[in-house]
Ligand binder design. Structure first.
Ligand SMILES: Nc1ncnc2c1ncn2[C@@H]1O[C@H](COP(=O)(O)OP(=O)(O)OP(=O)(O)O)[C@@H](O)[C@H]1O
Length: 515
């Protein structure tokens, strides 16, 4: 297939806000692909290369001045081969070889294809938000229900892989996907509860657990080998030796546990989230010891437990790591559940999670089987840009432009601005970090690619005619950055609208005086 077709489809998907139109365009394209073309095309349309990052920066790309080809001749296979060769060049003299490969690529590309390549290599197409739409498009193209495709994706963490299996091998090939030791699965997520009472009433028999304000970890062990992954499935094994040692000592042959890890003060209270996250970096300080608290066990000694009820998974957890469980009460009455929430807050944690004991582990799903109860309203939003400060903040990137995720894979939708809550350290960090994510700038504002997620505390939202989603944040304050989340995991515009009084059923009216 000519690359031109892929580029046209990418443009169609970007231009429409209709989920159905996106799925139509993507599935029509997928149905025309040869077997070998599926993985690269699905990767490119999600903004990734099959080869992973090939180390070409945005600046190199925007500096390229190569006349475009008049006629489209590049094929999917040719481009994939060029990426293979680019990924294989490394070491002395590689810069020249890479430039040559890039020149070859751009020389053969039309103007629209060159633009696509710049965006693809520069990371601008990397829109995890498209994954849901792409999963449905793959299912449609393969003539299958969406659920088995989604499951294969969640278990492998690789949508191109799941797409190739669906399109070439159908249900049989998808059924081959299993939890594999050493390969992380997408974590199960929680929906917000209206109240502790409503969650317990809705879910029947439950486990009520502290919601710890740390960082999510998924740990795997296969005999001697241990892996530790983050919420975004990054392998951080090398920076957390104390967790590796702890896992190696558990009484089992193989295990996969889900949990939260925290750095604690001497008094046993949680340290700020940033301090825990700082341990996940490549050059992490080792003074702060991380304490893991596990809340799920999805594999034990050769047996996969994903489809077993939580009650069984908790028994497995109790057998293998009894000393490292998150504080929980099982089948509590209303008073006991309430006392557990109070105790969690008193100990400096965020609230509680209420989990249905009969529910399976649904990887990657934000479902109602897990519900979070916490007293504060917070949303995780994408940073779209920042304005240069004035007065005391002159020279610093300050007022943030904030966007909510479009659940159908479009660009984030702006819902407000704020500089409240920014400390001097954060102002310095923003000013240094933001240019690395810059897409363009004007006199007042540096605009960013949708890559950074920030947690915002707010009093609520109000209808707005100023912002395109029809809602605006009220009294938004910056709580912290969320390096453990990608833009694909930010809150959606629907989640923000749900905070409107009455759950988002209002029609927009003019708002007054936004910052
Ligand atoms: N007992 C627990 N069970 C499950 N998750 C827990 C628990 N304690 C803390 N967590 C954390 O809470 C998160 C689940 O909440 P949610 O699905 O809303 O993710 P989130 O968007 O990161 O939430 P938040 O922004 O409120 O932390 C998990 O990813 C995990 O990091």
């Amino acid at each position: 297939m000519l690359l031109e077709r892929v580029v046209e489809t990418s443009a169609t998907v970007a231009e429409t806000r209709s989920r159905r139109a996106k799925i139509d365009a993507l599935s029509a394209l997928l149905m025309r692909l040869d077997a070998a073309e599926v993985e690269p095309v699905v990767s490119w349309l999600s903004g990734e290369l099959v080869q992973g990052r090939v180390g070409i920066g945005y600046r190199t790309l925007s500096g390229l001045r190569i006349p475009a080809s008049r006629t489209p001749t590049l094929t999917v296979a040719m481009l994939d081969d060029l990426f293979d060769r680019l990924a294989a060049t490394a070491g002395a003299g590689s810069a020249a070889a890479r430039r040559e490969l890039l020149s070859e690529m751009f020389d053969r590309a039309t103007t629209a294809e060159q633009r696509f390549l710049v965006q693809l290599l520069g990371g601008e197409l990397r829109q995890g938000a498209l994954e849901g739409v792409m999963t449905d498009a793959v299912a449609r193209a393969a003539g299958l229900p969406a659920e088995p495709v989604r499951r294969a994706f969640m278990l492998s963490g690789r949508l191109p892989h799941a797409a190739a299996a669906a399109l070439q091998g159908g249900l049989g090939a998808l059924a081959e996907f299993r939890l594999e030791l050493g390969r992380p699965v997408r974590p199960m997520l929680a929906a917000p509860a209206e109240s502790l009472r409503s969650a317990v009433d809705e879910l029947g028999e439950v486990s009520v657990e502290y919601k710890l304000d740390g960082a999510r970890i998924q740990v795997h062990r296969d005999n001697e080998r241990v892996w530790v992954f983050t919420r975004t499935l990054r392998d951080i094994t090398a920076s957390v030796p104390e967790l590796v040692q702890l896992l190696a000592g558990l009484p089992c042959r193989s295990v996969v546990l889900d949990g939260e890890t925290l750095a604690l003060t001497d008094a046993g209270r949680p340290r700020p989230f940033q301090e825990t996250m700082s341990r996940f970096g490549a050059r992490s300080e080792r003074e702060l010891l991380l304490h893991p608290y596990f809340f799920d066990c999805v594999h034990l000694d050769g047996e996969d437990l994903l489809d077993r009820p939580l009650s069984e998974r908790l028994s497995a957890l109790e057998r293998v790591a009894p000393g490292h469980r998150v504080p929980a009460v099982i089948r509590p009455d209303a008073d006991t559940a309430g006392a557990h929430l109070d105790a969690s807050l008193e100990h400096g944690h965020e609230g509680v999670m209420v989990k249905q004991l009969a529910s399976p582990y649904i990887a990657g799903r934000r479902g109602r089987a897990w519900q979070k109860v916490k007293p504060e309203h917070t949303v995780d939003l994408v940073v779209l840009g920042a304005e240069w400060g004035y007065g005391r903040r002159r020279g610093f990137l300050s007022n943030l432009h904030l966007g909510a995720r479009d659940p159908d894979g479009g660009p984030p939708i702006m819902v407000g601005k704020t500089f409240k809550g920014l400390t001097d350290a954060l102002l310095r960090w923003q000013t240094e970090e933001f240019p690395k994510h810059e897409s363009h700038r004007d006199e007042h504002t540096v605009y960013l690619r949708a890559e950074l997620v920030v947690e915002i505390e707010l009093d609520g939202v109000q209808t707005s005619t100023r912002y395109p989603g029809g809602v605006a944040l009220r009294f938004a304050r910056i709580l912290r950055y969320r390096p453990d989340k990608s833009a694909a995991e930010a809150d959606t515009i629907d989640a923000v609208r749900a905070l409107l009084p009455g759950g988002g059923l209002h029609t927009p009216v003019p708002d007054q005086g936004l910052p």
